[in-house]
Design a protein around this ligand. Sequence first.
Ligand code: V0D
Length: 253
Amino acid sequence: MSRKIPFFTTKKNKEIDVERVDNVPNHVAIIMDGNGRWAQKRGLPRIAGHKEGVSAVNKIVKAAVKADVKILTLYTFSTENWKRPKSEIDFILRLPKEFLHIYLPGLISNNVRINTIGDFDALPDHTKEAVQYAVDKTKSNDGLLLNFALNYGSRLEIIHAVKKIIHDIDESKLSIDSLDDKQFSQYLFTTDLSDPDLLIRTGGEKRLSNFMLWQLAYTEFCFSDVLWPDFNESNFLNALEDYKQRKRRYGGI
Ligand code: V0D
């Protein structure tokens, strides 16, 4: 398991242009789709699928720690999810607290740091409080960065960035000429995060669904038909293996 740089998570380090020798993706992003269908197939209500999805999250986080992935970004709640029935939304927005109640101690002992991207302020207070507590509790950990996309939408993120850029230009904190893609990235929710190396979407669909449009410009995509509640360590390792093979081929050219 030799690699040139044992630990790097930020763009700053990426700029040195090092590549890990064993080709483990630095940053993996996942669209965790198929929870509702998992439940419907069993004659259960959709919320039963979301609940089952929570334990899959913990399994994959553990697998990511073991595989030495440095950043794991999970698409948990999109800006489009507000269109769902209120009862389903209410249920989903209680999941962070439930997840953290069960799994936070384990995450802490595994040196995991929790972070979020998205429009955090628009979430209900009880959700914000549970997540903020976990972010604060884990902020000095330097193992896996577990990044939850919560009330996240890529177009919202880009518009938010454009408004802030215009504001900073107005205030003379930014000059139009200095705006390039690196500068622009700094205005996104993902500010200091390196872009994902690998995107996994479970549940059989092959769409981005407004997820990290800017950040996925050069990312490898891996699609799995497995529904999220059934997605396990071995499925995750298959995706990492797929990624490694692709990197090896590019390296040969
Ligand atoms: C439902 C499948 C963990 C996707 C996974 C509020 C849909 C289970 C969290 C979570 C959700 C979020 C933040 C945090 C700790 C845990 C979560 C939501 C949905 C949306 F700090 N699972 N999970 N959040 N689902």
